[in-house]
Design a binder for this molecule. Sequence first.
Ligand code: AMP
Length: 176
Amino acid sequence: MNKILKSIRTIPDFPKKGIMFRDVTTLFSNPPAFQETINEICNYWRNKSLTKIIGIEARGFILGSCVSLELNLPFIPIRKKGKLPYTTIEESYELEYGKATIEIHSDALNSNDNVLIIDDLIATGGTALASISLVKRLEASVSGCSFIIDLPILDGKKKIVDLGIEVQTLCEFSGH
Ligand code: AMP
């Protein structure tokens, strides 16, 4: 756990003043910390009847693809608007810094699916809530969400737990 926390670099005032950017590229470039991250996520969700792993662009792709191969489950991307080539459904939401629209392929999930949604960090929860909404619109269920980092002051994790969805976070930082 400490190995994970210590491997994350903080960049003050990126991408704009007042944001403390929690940079996981330093975790991805540290094999013991990266491996422990993937192990913690896989050990938590193994044997929980998941059918698919969803990764949110872009850092969620890196984590989600490792987890999907380790758990031998299909990987499904949620991407920023305009990137996915086939028919999509979309959701728009507020970010901690700015606005965004995300999409999923309309044939990626169905009512037999129980998914795990993965991203590097949960802040306000806007990205995760929009992702949950995309999954539900395709009639699939969300078994849970995993994030390396929680920013508890922004209450995002609580918003998801309040929906009755299990949330795994591996470390937290105080402040924004
Ligand atoms: P939110 O939708 O507010 O929960 O924001 C989560 C998304 O924005 C994730 O994809 C994060 O990678 C990114 N993000 C938000 N705040 C930060 C931060 N302080 N440091 C790094 N990434 C962040």
